[in-house]
Design a protein around this ligand. Structure first.
Ligand SMILES: C[S@@+](CC[C@H](N)C(=O)[O-])C[C@H]1O[C@@H](n2cnc3c(N)ncnc32)[C@H](O)[C@@H]1O
Length: 371
């Protein structure tokens, strides 16, 4: 564990008392000195986890065509903001822009904005995307006004969650504290009416021992985007691992060098994430004024956008070893047993704007509400 950040967390708990899981996640991920995203290059074989754009170029290319098609049907606004939340190493944006180049008027209309807090990843984005002359902001609220297309892959899962535990008489918040040996441990806070109020109504009567998660930052983001899209034309596409409908259970997890580790064992040196609650996210955006498309499983979404055709075109020009790797990558993205069902896509769209491509099929009715 990173001594600096672990010590800082322990000192804060000793001074202020136990931290919410969200406060712990925010420190472990974003502390400017020892936080995970402040100090590490987390993505890829040498990092802690890999993501869809890193697995196959087809992912970013299809999202680029999704954007181009929607732009065309929305009346070809020029200029149009193209914003990405949490762009990682810039691979998705790079593949997206290459595909956008097949529609030159679209490519010329784009003004690229990257919403990023990590200085390490921003440096990689600067290297990979310099030709696109992107502008960086730290928050969605800093994006300029105007027609906008937004994309975000594996952004929601990085946002801090709060956890609540059903006790015998009511709900309490799950907290992080320090045991006598100076280890970080979970502890249930006192049962309180406030904790009960924060638990979504449909789950308030779950059995004792049940854990429920909420993600206030995701709901605030959905609200901000929903009200923006109600006032200004545009659409925002989110792809992430998560569940639909809302369901109880702890999904907090930590990954270090591609292996699961305890969420409290390695603050600052392990990625922390939680599954996105697509139902809550969509409902918050709808309430704020956006129309919602999806969610739909990633496999069905990418298939509807033409993943098979794109793979065939790439394979036809590839050497046998390359073809094997191309096919393996796309299979991983689409296969329901791999990323095809657990990862889902949802789009927030301005009311009255054209419907985006790829959402015709909806969620597979046979898919269990998976965690
Ligand atoms: C799991 S990575 C996904 C990277 C990339 N989208 C991909 O698919 O490879 C999460 C990304 O979100 C960024 N991030 C996390 N929390 C953020 C926040 N609150 N504001 C802005 N960016 C954030 C991280 O620095 C990183 O770029």
């Amino acid at each position: 564990m990173s001594e600096e950040i672990a010590d800082k967390i322990v000192r804060r708990i000793r001074a202020e008392g136990p931290l919410t899981v969200a406060a712990y996640m925010a420190m472990a991920l974003h502390d400017p000195e020892g936080g995970y995203y402040a100090s590490r290059g987390p993505i890829g074989a040498a990092g802690d986890f890999t993501t869809a754009p890193e697995i196959s170029q087809v992912f970013g290319e299809l999202i680029g065509l999704w954007c181009a098609e929607l732009w065309d049907r929305a009346g070809r606004p020029d200029p149009v903001i193209l914003a990405e939340l949490g762009p990682g190493r810039g691979v998705l944006m790079s593949d997206l822009l290459r595909a956008a180049g097949t529609v030159p008027e679209f490519r010329r209309a784009l003004r690229v904005f990257l919403v990023e807090t990590s200085p390490v990843l921003r440096a990689e984005q600067e290297r990979r995307l310099c030709q696109a002359r992107p502008a960086w902001v730290r928050r969605v609220e800093e994006l300029p006004d105007g027609p906008m297309l937004m994309v975000a892959n594996e952004f929601l899962d990085a946002l801090p969650i709060r956890q609540f535990v059903r006790g015998v008489g009511g709900w309490s918040e799950r907290m992080v504290t320090v045991d006598p040996e100076n280890h970080l441990v979970f502890v249930d806070g006192p049962e309180s009416p406030v904790a009960s109020l924060l638990v979504p109504g449909a789950m308030r009567h779950c059995a004792p021992g049940t854990i429920v998660e909420i993600c206030p930052a995701a709901l605030a983001l959905a609200g901000a985007l929903g009200s923006r899209l109600a006032r200004q034309p545009g659409a925002a596409l989110f792809i992430d691992f998560g569940y639909f409908p809302t369901a109880p259970g702890s999904t907090l997890r930590a990954l270090q060098y591609h292996r699961p580790v305890s969420a409290l064992a390695a603050p600052g040196t392990a990625d922390l994430s939680a599954h996105a609650d697509f139902a809550a996210f969509a409902e918050a955006a709808r309430t704020a004024g956006a129309e919602i498309q999806g969610p739909i499983g990633q496999g069905r979404f990418l298939t509807a956008l033409g993943a098979g055709l794109r793979l065939a075109a790439l394979s036809a020009r590839a050497e046998p070893a390359q073809r094997w790797s191309l096919e393996g990558g796309v299979r991983r993205l689409l296969d329901p047993g791999e990323m095809g069902d657990l990862f889902k896509a949802v789009a927030l769209v301005s009311p009255g704007l054209a419907s985006p491509a790829g959402f015709g099929l909806g969620i597979d009715p046979d898919e269990p509400a998976r965690r």
